[in-house]
Design a protein around this ligand. Structure first.
Ligand code: AMP
Length: 143
């Protein structure tokens, strides 16, 4: 199973905000949309960074309630790691584990195609394991 299989099921919708969006506004978006991160895009629609729940927790721990007035650009991670639609589920599990993050934009030839979370990856891996089990069972029964 590949990243493209996850995208064909969940679609390519990616929530983005501009660098000047406040942390308070980002928090409300994460909450109402029930998501864990947003991408920060510049005026040319290029990915400038990512803000996840963890960045907001860190900002609040550091600045207190004043963190909510900070801009996304002040708390985002700038070096965003992405994946390719042709990457396997095992590839992205390894990338997330090694990078210690739970979100990966999907990019091909500079074009943003979607964003997958660790929840999407676990769901796909479980489906894959279940298909493998079914195939083995059928093989044993047939034998
Ligand atoms: P997460 O586990 O996704 O909530 O993110 C943990 C930390 O990694 C936060 O500081 C995020 O900004 C950062 N992060 C999340 N996703 C990525 C990514 N794809 N590339 C680089 N950093 C990321």
């Amino acid at each position: 199973m590949f990243v493209s299989d996850i995208l064909s099921e969940k679609g390519g919708l990616v929530y983005t905000v501009t660098p000047g969006t406040t942390v308070g506004q980002v928090s409300r978006q994460l909450s109402t949309r029930r998501i864990g991160s947003v991408l920060i895009v510049d005026r040319l629609d290029r990915v400038a960074g990512i803000v996840s729940e963890r960045d907001i927790v860190h900002a609040v721990a550091t600045h207190g309630v004043g963190a909510l007035e900070l801009e996304a650009a002040q708390v985002m991670t700038r070096n965003v790691v992405s994946c390719d639609p042709d990457d396997s589920i095992d590839d992205v599990m390894e990338t997330m584990t090694r990078g210690r993050f739970r979100h990966l934009p999907v990019v091909r030839h500079g074009e943003l195609l979607g964003l997958i979370s660790i929840g999407d990856v676990v769901k796909a891996r479980l489906a894959e394991a279940s298909h493998e089990t079914e195939a083995l069972r059928a093989y044993i029964v047939a034998g």
